[in-house]
Write a protein that binds this ligand. Structure first.
Ligand SMILES: Cc1ncc(COP(=O)(O)O)c(C=O)c1O
Length: 364
């Protein structure tokens, strides 16, 4: 064994993360470009001050107040409502899903998704010593339902990860497809990762509506995107109470700090205001998709706060050309494609100007 005694399969692997470059226009990690208003800042600060005097004590391990507030929020997206016992939370939805893999994956078990998809999924599998299986998507990045159902039946995964909208393509999943795949999974858990759910186009329902029909369904959400709270690290899920109870076995004690709980609760009290920009961002997304198509690019249909566009013979050169002009986007997805997060109108204007210059240079 050499030092440090890292697991063999982790040797030489770079830690996950998009480049954090100090450029004026940052459109690379699907953040919400609008920071909290002075009223939200003041309320969050007061809430943090209140818990600070009690920081000598461990926080509420079961975070009942936060689960209750999150359940009320989720209840808006389903006629069946959501109970606090159906809610779980952790430090970002990445931690929520890692805990799901810790509980329902593991040696001898399979985790499965359909590429191209969120690049952290194979990392959850690797870190929990779960076998990673990846099916494919159609050319327009929708799911080939027959292929998906057959693969799930064949491999019987402990966990299926279905992002809707998918990252990096923006593709949403129809509820009928979720139902078919929940049935195909038998006793396996099906996670519909709705990290970008609030940005979905009208008429696309949330998988929350399906919870009463499928006891193996988990709907994962985050406060990082629509709620504009990426820095607070709060992700959560809704599922059958037995699933939440099972996660309690693998979570670290007191994993959600008193400060995190206070920040999330204060933010949830400002839900209408924090989500107030979602409609603007959806409109900006649709305008960006239309503009890119007008420029002759291929663009995947998007229900999220980003757009995947291409294809470029040398996408790295385009990415670099944009960085040189102060605009950072993401080199991700199938070869030739690039992903741009939706920012403010000013940021999108800067992106469009820079892209026009770069593509004119590439094809004089
Ligand atoms: C599809 C998807 N799921 C989950 C996450 C994790 O977000 P967080 O850990 O901030 O909740 C992301 C982040 O970009 C994502 O794109």
């Amino acid at each position: 064994m050499s030092f440090p005694p890292l697991r063999e399969e982790l040797r030489g692997i770079e830690p996950y993360g998009a480049p954090q470059l100090d450029v004026p226009v940052q459109l690379n990690v699907n953040e919400n470009p609008y920071g909290p208003s002075p009223a939200v800042v003041a309320d969050v600060a007061t809430a943090v001050a209140q818990v600070t005097s009690g920081l000598n004590r461990y926080p509420d391990r079961e975070f009942v107040e936060l689960r209750t507030a999150l359940a009320a929020y989720l209840g808006r997206d389903t006629p069946h409502g959501v109970a606090p016992e159906q809610v779980w939370a952790a430090n970002g939805s990445n931690e929520v899903m890692l805990q799901l893999l810790q509980a329902f994956g593991g040696p001898g078990r399979v985790a499965l998704s359909f590429a191209p998809t969120y690049s952290m999924y194979p990392e959850y599998a690797r870190d929990t010593i779960t076998e990673w299986v990846q099916g494919h998507r159609e050319d327009d990045f929708s799911l080939d339902l027959d292929h998906a159902r057959d693969l799930i039946k064949e491999r019987q995964p402990g966990v299926v990860l279905l992002p809707s909208p998918n990252n990096p393509t923006g593709t949403a999943l129809p509820p009928e497809a979720v139902s078919v795949l929940c049935e195909a999974a038998g006793d396996g858990i099906v996670v519909v990762d709705e990290a970008y759910g609030e940005f979905r186009r009208s008429g696309t329902p949330s998988a929350l509506e399906l919870l009463p029909r499928h006891r193996n369904l988990v709907v994962s959400r985050t406060m990082s995107k629509a709620f504009a709270l990426a820095g607070a690290r709060v992700g959560y899920l809704a599922a059958a109470p037995e699933i939440c109870d099972a996660i309690r076995v693998v979570r670290l004690p007191y994993h959600l700090s008193a400060v995190t709980q206070a920040v999330a609760l204060a933010a949830l009290r400002h839900t209408p205001e924090l989500l107030g920009r979602v409609d603007e961002l959806r409109a900006e997304r649709d305008a960006t998709v239309a503009w890119l198509r007008g420029q002759g690019h291929r663009v995947a249909d998007s229900d999220a706060n980003f757009a995947l566009f291409g294809t470029f013979p040398d996408r790295h050169a385009v990415w670099q050309g944009l960085v040189d002009r102060g605009v950072l986007i993401r080199e991700v997805g199938p070869e030739g494609w690039l992903r741009v997060s939706i920012g403010t109108p000013e940021e999108m204007t800067a992106f469009k100007q820079a892209l026009t210059q770069v593509t004119e240079e590439e094809t004089p």
